[in-house]
Write a protein that binds this ligand. Structure first.
Ligand code: AMP
Length: 122
């Protein structure tokens, strides 16, 4: 899948759309999810044109991969989630229900999060 430079997170990175940013460095930007699914729900995105985890881990340079994952851990500590715990999640592709085609890692926390996945219906 080709990277869509007009996806909403690309526009946030370019400053065209506002976001509630909580952290930024050379490799990553972190901001609050617009529709939080937990008391704390933050998204961390890499500064580069990567559609998903698949694209990123296949094609991003080592420094960006390292810097991005260090930023995810940093943001969780910044949010005081390291002791109580948190969940990270990244959707890739249609089976995962990925909606925005720019890699993002969700960080959820602030309450007991329960079992890992919903059971399929039916
Ligand atoms: P996913 O289903 O993994 O692609 O998740 C996309 C996430 O992006 C959802 O949790 C949305 O609520 C969130 N989202 C969409 N637009 C925005 C936005 N403008 N600012 C912050 N979060 C957003």
């Amino acid at each position: 899948m080709a990277y869509d430079t007009d996806n909403i997170f690309a526009r946030i990175l370019r400053g065209e759309i506002p976001a509630k940013t909580i952290y930024e460095d050379d490799h990553a930007l972190a901001f609050h999810d617009i529709n939080p699914q937990a008391p704390i729900h933050v998204l961390v995105i890499p500064k580069g044109p990567y559609v998903s985890m698949d694209d990123f881990t296949a094609n991003a340079p080592d420094a960006l991969v390292t810097g991005f994952f260090r930023a995810v851990g940093h943001v969780a500590r910044q949010l005081d989630l390291a002791e109580g715990g948190y969940r990270i999640l990244a959707n890739h592709g249609p089976d995962s229900h990925q909606e925005v085609p720019h890699l993002h890692i969700h960080i959820f926390g602030g309450r007991r999060l329960g079992p890992m996945l919903l059971k399929p219906e039916g």
